[in-house]
Design a binder for this molecule. Structure first.
Ligand code: ACO
Length: 426
């Protein structure tokens, strides 16, 4: 044991190995801690806990770095497509042209969903949030597409089915919520253009996909494709560790992503910016509320558990926003408001001291608005983007020969052994 940490407890010294990652990150391996010392660790929110060893995504919160399988996200956003990035995350390497064509054909072949699933949509109450619907529908896929014969066939088929059908399900849910005719996927359109067409084409007004919007959607989904052990990915890994089917694990990831502290922040940002615009641009009171410890309000789209500098994804999305709005000649007052709010927050002592910078959600909603995506669908858009990451992370844990059931411990602080008191004597 070359590199180790020592724990001294009750006069005895215990040596615990230190594990080093390929980017020099270090962790104390405490897997034998309880067995050796009787102690467990306590780490609310797991801010100091590594839950796995992974070769998928590297991020540095201090340097503002994000790489998928070693490739900087900036390069992927510039040169790749969402389908190619999904392939990279899931298979570990960039595809050859032949492999990418084959992957696209598979995605097209799996894009239709069972007609009976449309009946489910009709029965959700009108005001249902699309994330709740999506989570239920993805879980329901298992009933429509039961287990296949071999493990390999099962994994390959389920992965392509999910990637393709979740996009169809999302567009279907929007069309049905509007009371409009469902538009079927088109085999001649690539992944992102196909999605926009399913969302916005109609028998009365044919949709013409705009090159700039298709590029922006590719960038948006590439930037969301993975983010190592975040809340929803951890949910997928934890639920998956009980050996449920992949649909159920992904459905849990969607549910976790829904929350406003996680993926739901993109919707919350737009609501916050709209409120500021409605209140005649009153940024002062928003900043004041965000700093007030007695007020639960937070500046949405600001702050991150890992990034203590500018989120690299936010930089790209901000630039993409500017480009798309300029090219499409769209004037969105929310973009101006977002920039003004960002400037104010970044020069405010509270935000400086707390290392609070815009995260990806701060500007992402503005691009989605430019595409015509309704606000309550924003988190669904995030979920489609995060899907390749969830799949890759689930697969990595499933391939690990040491895959164990996730089962954290706790420190109990409730009553010690107490007597049962019959109801009439209480
Ligand atoms: N506005 C005001 N204060 C904030 C904010 C914010 N957005 N974020 C963090 N803080 C403050 C906290 O009040 C706390 O202050 P204190 O130490 O003086 O008590 C300190 O910064 C640390 O905050 P924590 O909540 O402990 O940080 P944590 O790492 O647990 O939370 C989180 C990260 C949830 C993202 C937080 O920054 C937040 O709520 N941001 C707003 C929601 C948001 O944008 N979420 C999207 C994140 S990106 C993603 O998931 C896609």
């Amino acid at each position: 044991m070359d590199d180790y940490a020592k724990i001294i407890y009750k006069g005895k010294t215990y040596k615990l190995p230190v594990v080093t990652g390929s980017e020099g990150e270090k962790a104390i391996d405490i897997s034998t801690l309880r067995q050796k010392t009787g102690l467990i660790t306590l780490d609310p929110g797991f801010a100091n806990t590594g839950s796995c060893i992974s070769s998928i995504t590297f991020m540095s919160g201090e340097k503002g770095i994000l790489r998928y399988r070693g490739i900087p996200v900036e390069e992927l956003a510039r040169h790749s497509t969402f389908t190619e990035t999904a392939y990279l995350l899931i298979n570990g390497v960039l595809p050859t042209r032949k492999e990418l064509n084959r992957f696209s054909v598979l995605l097209n072949d799996n894009s239709l969903v069972h007609e009976d699933m449309q009946i489910f949509y009709q029965n959700f109450p009108r005001a249902s949030h699309p994330m709740g619907i999506l989570s239920s529908m993805v879980n329901a896929l298992r009933s429509f597409y039961p287990e296949l014969q071999t493990v390999e066939e099962e994994i390959n088929k389920t992965v392509t089915r999910l990637l393709s059908k979740m996009r169809t399900l999302a567009a279907m849910s929007y069309k049905i919520s509007m009371g409009h005719k469902v538009i079927y996927p088109r085999p001649d359109l690539p992944y992102c253009a196909n999605f926009l067409n399913m969302m916005f084409d109609s028998p009365v007004k044919p949709y013409r996909t705009h090159k700039e919007l298709v590029k922006a959607l590719n960038v948006f989904w590439i930037l969301h494709a993975d983010h190592e052990q975040n809340c929803s990915t951890s949910a997928v890994r934890v639920v998956g560790s009980g050996r449920v089917n992949l649909y159920a694990a992904i459905s849990a990831g969607i549910a976790a992503l829904w929350g406003p502290l996680h993926g739901g922040a993109n919707q919350a940002v737009i609501e916050m910016l709209s409120d500021i615009v409605k209140n005649n641009g009153d940024i002062d009171s928003v900043i004041k509320r965000a700093k007030d410890k007695n007020d639960p309000f937070r500046l949405m789209g600001f702050g991150h558990r890992v990034y203590k500098t500018y989120d690299p994804r936010a930089k790209i999305i901000k630039k993409t926003c500017d480009r798309v709005l300029k090219k499409l000649k769209i004037k969105d007052p929310l973009l101006d408001m977002a920039k003004e709010l960002e400037e104010r927050a970044l020069t405010d002592d509270y935000f400086i001291e707390h290392n609070l910078y815009p995260n990806i959600d701060f500007y992402s909603g503005i691009i989605l608005r430019a595409m015509g995506i309704p606000t309550n669908m924003f988190t669904v858009m995030f979920a489609i983007g995060r899907l390749p990451g969830w799949i890759a992370q689930w697969q990595e844990s499933a391939d690990d020969p040491k895959w164990r059931l996730s089962r954290p411990r706790q420190i109990y602080t409730g009553p010690t052994k107490s007597k049962y008191i019959p109801i009439d004597e209480r």
